[in-house]
Design a protein around this ligand. Structure first.
Ligand code: TMP
Length: 207
């Protein structure tokens, strides 16, 4: 049986990393072969593009930014995701196409339809089996991000309007695809978020 692609989405500071680590344990305890990967990154080319696109010392235009994320994604899909899924592994992926739709399509104002088109090319139409959207108030997400030791990266240095637009776009995406995208309240305790996520995957896990 092919594996499943589960993506985790949300604003910076929504708790994606914590949820991903918890879910990985749950999947493995349930006897599934499971891997955790992140975007941009996961394979060497994409990790190098990650360092480039997050560097606060660089000025990157919106279109170039969208293309860098898409290039990192194309390499990850080809080199890691398709082989893992074909081999029956469940892949937990911290961010995927919806991040580009929200950040570049909404936040940068490039348009969700345009960014979707670019990403269909990049991924050859790979679509997640389920997406867990950690919904957080942009101000709360920002406050949590600011507490991290490494400080803000290039995107996190953007202002309030950018993150409000991203949050609004995520909400629109979730409303348009309720079967794939499940909304979890990221304001809850981590254990409650994890059990909500497990419930949102129950049908896939019992299949
Ligand atoms: P993170 O791994 O800390 O979430 O950092 C990734 C950053 O890149 C984060 O600010 C969100 C942003 N991003 C995009 O703007 N578009 C994308 O397609 C992806 C994957 C991430």
């Amino acid at each position: 049986m092919p594996g499943r692609l589960i993506t985790i989405e949300g604003l910076d500071g929504s708790g994606k990393t914590t949820l991903a680590a918890g879910l990985l344990d749950v999947l493995r305890a349930a006897g599934r072969a499971a891997e955790l990967l992140r975007e941009p990154g996961g394979v060497e080319v994409s990790e190098r593009l990650r360092a480039l696109v997050k560097d606060p010392a660089l000025t990157v235009g919106a279109r170039a930014e969208a293309l860098i994320y898409a290039a990192a994604r194309a390499q990850l899909v080809e080199e890691a995701l398709r082989p893992l899924l074909a081999g029956g592994t469940w892949v937990l992926l911290d961010r995927f196409v919806d991040s580009s739709l929200a950040y570049q399509g909404g936040g940068r104002g490039l348009g969700v339809a345009e960014i979707a088109e670019l990403n269909r090319f990049a991924t050859r139409d790979l679509t997640p089996d389920r997406t867990l959207y950690l919904r957080v108030d942009p101000a709360v997400g920002r406050e949590r991000t600011g507490r991290r030791l490494e400080g803000f990266d290039r995107l996190e240095l953007e202002g309030r309007a950018f993150f409000d637009a991203i949050a609004a776009t995520y909400d629109e995406l979730a409303a348009a695809e309720p079967q794939r995208i499940r909304v979890l309240d990221a304001g809850q305790a981590p254990e409650a978020v994890l059990s909500g996520a497990v419930a949102a995957l129950a049908d896939l896990l019992s299949a």
